[in-house]
Design a protein around this ligand. Structure first.
Ligand code: AMP
Length: 397
C-alpha cells in the first residue's frame, strides 16, 4: 500500500455537530501555476499580476485534538434530505445551520463508496490536480460533484499530507454556506471526493459577468460569508484565502465557500506565512511580525472587507502594481467610489482596519445597518433575482 493510501486509512471522521476544536489550519488555493509563484521580496510590477499568483500554503497545525485512527467512511444525506433541502432553502444564520445539520443523519453503519456506485455526468470544471464531474449516486439518486485527484500528481507536488488534512477538516464542516464534503474513496491511481454540487458555479464568473453586484446582493452574500466564517472560527479554522474565486453558488443563489486547499504548496521559507491572493492579503501578513498575527482569525475579517469592496466596486480596493498594492495595504490606503452607499462604506471601513484587534467582529457584522437593511428575515437573493420580493426601497446600483 502506498504512502497516500496508508495516509487515507488514518483519516478521522468525527461528529459534524461537534463544536470542539478541530484544528487551527490555513486553507488556500492558487489557480495560477505554482511555478509562477512569487515571493513578496521578489515582487514584479505588472498591474493585475497580483491575482492568483501567490503560492498558497498551510499553517502549522497548532491545535489538533482528534485521534487519527478512525474509519474513512462518510454517508451521503438521503435523496429525501436533498429534495427537502432544495424545496426549503434556508437562511445562513445559526438557527438554519442547526436545522441543516439535522438533515444529515449519521447512520449506525458507515458505507464504503466506490466508483461503480456513481453515474458520472458532465465535467463541471478542472482544477490543478484533477477534474470535477457532476455525478449521481445510483441507489439514492443523490446528485453530487465528484472531484478526481490523481495520486501521482499529489505525490509529485508533495501535497498528500495537506490533502489528507484538508479532507479531515472539510469532512467535519457542515454549514449551508460551506461546500460539503460528504465522503471520499480511492482506487490505485485516484482519490475521489464526493462534494456537494453547487449548481450555479463560480461566484467569480457571476461577478465578472455582472461587473459589480447591486448592494442588496452584495449585502446578502456578505451576511452569508459572515455566518460561514463565524462557524469556521468557532471551530478554530481560519480560512485565509477568502476571494471570489474560492466561492461557489448553490441552486438558490446561496454562496458556498468551496476551497479548502487541495492545491496547496508549503515551501520552507518566508512564503510559508504568505498565502492567498496579494489583493486580499491583510497588512499583518505583509509586515511580518509575531506568529499570532499569522494565526489570528482576524485575517479573514480583512479579506471580508476586500471582498465587500470587490462585490460593490467590481475590483479589489488595493489593486495596482504588486509593489503599490503592497504599499497601499500596509497603509490601509483605498478610496471608495461615490456610488457606494454610506452604510456599505462604513462596513468596509470597519473591516479594513490595520490593527487586527480593532476590526469589527463577525457578530457585529450581522447587526450592521447595511446588512440589516438588505437582509430581510426570510428573504432570499434568488427570490429577488426572480423579481418576486424586491422591496420598494431597493435600488440597483
Ligand atoms: P477546483 O479543482 O475545486 O478548482 O474545481 C475546478 C472547477 O470545477 C471550479 O472552478 C468549478 O467551476 C467546478 N467545480 C468544482 N467543484 C464544484 C462543485 N462542487 N459544484 C459545481 N462545480 C464545481
Amino acid at each position: 500500500m502506498d504512502v497516500l493510501e496508508t495516509a487515507f486509512e488514518r483519516i478521522t471522521v468525527t461528529d459534524e455537530n461537534d463544536d470542539q476544536i478541530i484544528t487551527t489550519t490555513t486553507y488556500h488555493k492558487s489557480k495560477g501555476s505554482l511555478s509562477a509563484a512569487m515571493t513578496i521580496s521578489g515582487l514584479g510590477s505588472s498591474t493585475n499580476a497580483n491575482r492568483m499568483k501567490l503560492p498558497l500554503q498551510k499553517l502549522q497545525n497548532t491545535n489538533s485534538s482528534k485521534p487519527l485512527n478512525a474509519v474513512t467512511k462518510v454517508t451521503l444525506p438521503s435523496q429525501a434530505a436533498q429534495q427537502h433541502r432544495d424545496q426549503n432553502p434556508r437562511a445562513s444564520d445559526e438557527t438554519s445551520h442547526r436545522r441543516t445539520e439535522s438533515l444529515y443523519p449519521q447512520p449506525s453503519a458507515p458505507r464504503q463508496f466506490h466508483l461503480g456506485m456513481f453515474e458520472i455526468g458532465k465535467p463541471l470544471g478542472k482544477g490543478k490536480f484533477g477534474r470535477v464531474y457532476l455525478a449521481k449516486e445510483r441507489s439514492s439518486g443523490f446528485i453530487c460533484a465528484l472531484k478526481v485527484l490523481h495520486k501521482n500528481e499529489l505525490q509529485h507536488n508533495k501535497v498528500e499530507k495537506q490533502v489528507r488534512r484538508e479532507i479531515e477538516i472539510q469532512s467535519n464542516l457542515a454549514h449551508p454556506n460551506i461546500l460539503r464534503l460528504y465522503g471520499h474513496f480511492h482506487d490505485a491511481k485516484r482519490i475521489f471526493l464526493i462534494l456537494e454540487f453547487a449548481a450555479k458555479g463560480e461566484l467569480y464568473k457571476h461577478l465578472r459577468r455582472e461587473q459589480r453586484f447591486p448592494e442588496w446582493k452584495a449585502a446578502q452574500y456578505i451576511a452569508q460569508m459572515a455566518a460561514a466564517l463565524k462557524y469556521l472560527h468557532k471551530k478554530h479554522v481560519i480560512h485565509r484565502d477568502i476571494k471570489p474565486e474560492n466561492i461557489l453558488v448553490g441552486i438558490h443563489g446561496e454562496i458556498k465557500i468551496s476551497d479548502f486547499g487541495w492545491s496547496v504548496h508549503a515551501p520552507n521559507n518566508r512564503r510559508q506565512t504568505m498565502c492567498g491572493t496579494l489583493d486580499y492579503l491583510p497588512p499583518e501578513m505583509l509586515k511580518g511580525g509575531s506568529k499570532e498575527n499569522y494565526y489570528s482569525e482576524k485575517v479573514d475579517l480583512w479579506s471580508l472587507g476586500v471582498l465587500t469592496y470587490e462585490f460593490l466596486v467590481g475590483e479589489a480596493p488595493f489593486e495596482d502594481t504588486q509593489i503599490m498594492t503592497q504599499r497601499k495595504i500596509a497603509r490601509g490606503e483605498y478610496t471608495v467610489p461615490a456610488f457606494v452607499s454610506p452604510e456599505a462604506k462604513d462596513l468596509i471601513k470597519r473591516l479594513l482596519v490595520l490593527d487586527p484587534e480593532k476590526r469589527i467582529p463577525l457578530e457585529d457584522i450581522q447587526q450592521h445597518p447595511w446588512i440589516v437593511k438588505h437582509c430581510v428575515k426570510g428573504e432570499r437573493a434568488y427570490m429577488r433575482d426572480s423579481g418576486k420580493m424586491r422591496s420598494s426601497g431597493d435600488r440597483e446600483s
